[in-house]
Design a protein around this ligand. Structure first.
Ligand code: ZN
Length: 490
């Protein structure tokens, strides 16, 4: 027995010694990053531009009739006044009603252009919540700490940041080698818009035979992370390399109906309850896609030493990690297509049995899962085979962009130069962006907004008291200046 015990103890000793050595070496790759370029940014001017931009309510609605395009005209006039050099040097085109293409000619025709995206529109203020705002939602009020209002984070900050960066570069006499496109859609907030601004801009470029080297749009942000003893004072830079799909399905159960005084044991709605249960009890299969592994590996390498003893063996932990992630809504959405039963309808009156009972279910597909796959899943998991299944609204998930491309490396380099304690990691964007419409003319599509924002502040996006810390406005402009310098070079 003692021989066996000694062998086992010896093996454990060797294994833990090996792990200790592995953990010691499990650190971020050493890279010679050099110094960041010193970028001049007129912080006060950028803040004033953002406040003014927020004060013009360019609200989009699914019902086009409701959109006040005169506000978009006002916004365009404001851009002309605020950015005179851009309007003198770049070629501007209006596509559809209000979408914008700015074309900055580069010095080299043999290189593919780059594009910076943003959307001009914002979501409306939910009725009855206007009074909840600390400062009027279209005030653009700057209290010295925050700039307040709809669009402060989504995404007039980004649009104005790009414009300020280009205007400043022009003032400094910078000339790009590659052509640079600034592409500003008008209706990103209208989910799965059939014929949206971004689609039309892409078509316009495609018809001209343009293929883009890279696209940068909204998406991830710079989020401070501090997990005592494990991750000390780090910043997580999430660069969206893909986005989930969006589909609303209506599922209907037909029944006889009739007077509610003589009901069957289960009315149509009762039958529908089983459909709902089947959908919720049979979730989509979870999968750890390569980006999740890369995300955890990047985080793991930045952990403190004792934590790295565990993190360096992530490969062994993946099954456990996957299981754990499916248990928390915040992480489950990173590993599977989600199912959210959101609306239901029965008969029109309390004393009438429903003839048609329907439920609306919102699915967010993982890249690789199509709308058709979702329909097949519904039909497979629902025991009731007499259901009617109808797509109300759909947008397929995007493809994945590579993490070894020139553009991704440039983003990574700028962020690490800015703060060596950044953890730059690929990320899956949950909501939709305009970026996916550029897939026909670009393979390197990244979704990243260079703004330092806490998670709690990010929750104000689309909600009450949307606001941006003033400090991060100028640092965002510096990022765009650096990005344009590097990405527009060979
Ligand atoms: Zn947005």
């Amino acid at each position: 027995m003692s021989i066996v015990r000694n062998v086992v103890l010896g093996a454990i000793g060797v294994a833990s010694g090996a792990t200790a050595i592995k953990a010691a070496k499990y650190v971020p790759q050493k890279r010679d990053l050099g110094q960041p370029t010193e970028e001049m940014v007129d912080a006060k001017r950028c803040q004033e531009h953002l406040s003014k931009a927020i004060s013009i309510p360019t609200i989009s609605y699914p019902d086009k009739e409701k959109i006040d395009f005169s506000q978009f005209d006002r916004f365009h006039v404001f851009l002309e006044e605020a950015f005179p050099l851009i309007h003198k040097t770049l070629k501007k085109e209006v596509v559809q009603e209000a979408s914008l293409i700015y074309h900055w000619k580069g010095t080299r025709d043999d290189l593919e252009p780059i594009a910076l995206l943003a959307h001009q529109d914002v979501v409306p203020i939910s009725e009855g919540t206007e009074q909840d705002w600390e400062h009027e939602p279209f005030s653009g009020h700057n209290d010295g700490e925050f700039i307040w209002g709809r669009g402060a984070l989504d995404m007039k900050n980004h649009l104005i940041g790009v414009m300020d960066a280009v205007e400043t570069l022009l003032e400094e006499g910078f000339q790009p080698e590659r052509d640079v496109y600034l592409l500003f859609g008008q209706d990103e907030e209208v989910v799965a818009s059939e014929d949206g601004g971004a689609k039309n801009i892409m078509r316009t470029l495609k018809e001209r035979g343009i293929h883009l080297d890279c696209v940068l749009d909204e998406g991830g942000a710079i989020i401070p992370v501090n997990v005592k003893g494990i991750l000390n004072n780090k910043e997580l830079v999430g660069v969206g390399v893909a986005e989930k799909g969006y589909t609303d399905f209506e599922i209907t159960v037909n029944a006889k109906g009739g007077h509610s005084s003589q009901p069957p044991v289960h009315s149509g709605l009762g039958e529908l309850a089983n459909v709902i249960k089947d959908l919720e009890n049979n979730q989509f299969k979870a999968e750890l896609l390569p980006f999740v592994k890369e995300l955890f590996s990047n985080i793991g390498r930045n952990c403190t030493y004792p934590a790295r003893l565990v993190m360096c063996n992530l490969n062994l932990l993946y099954p456990l990690l996957k299981f754990g992630m499916t248990k928390i809504p915040f992480t489950a959405c990173l590993v599977r297509t989600t199912t959210a039963v959101t609306m239901a309808q029965g008969s029109p009156a309390a004393n009438v049995l429903p003839q048609k009972s329907s439920v609306t279910v919102n699915f967010r597909q993982m890249p690789g899962t199509t709308v058709k796959d979702v329909e097949n899943h519904i039909r497979k998991v629902c025991r009731n085979k007499d259901i009617e299944v109808k797509v109300l609204k759909a947008k397929e998930a995007s493809k994945f962009s590579p993490t070894d491309s020139r553009a991704f490396k440039i983003i990574e380099e700028i962020c690490l130069q800015d703060n060596k304690d950044s953890i730059v990691a690929p990320y899956l964007v949950m909501g939709g962006t305009d970026a996916c419409y550029y897939e026909p003319i670009c393979e390197n599509i990244y979704r990243y907004a260079p703004y330092r924002v806490s998670v709690s502040l990010l929750r104000c996006t689309h909600g009450t008291n949307e606001r941006i810390p003033v400090d991060t406005v100028a640092s965002g402009v510096a990022f765009f200046k650096r990005f344009i310098r590097k990405a527009s070079a060979e």
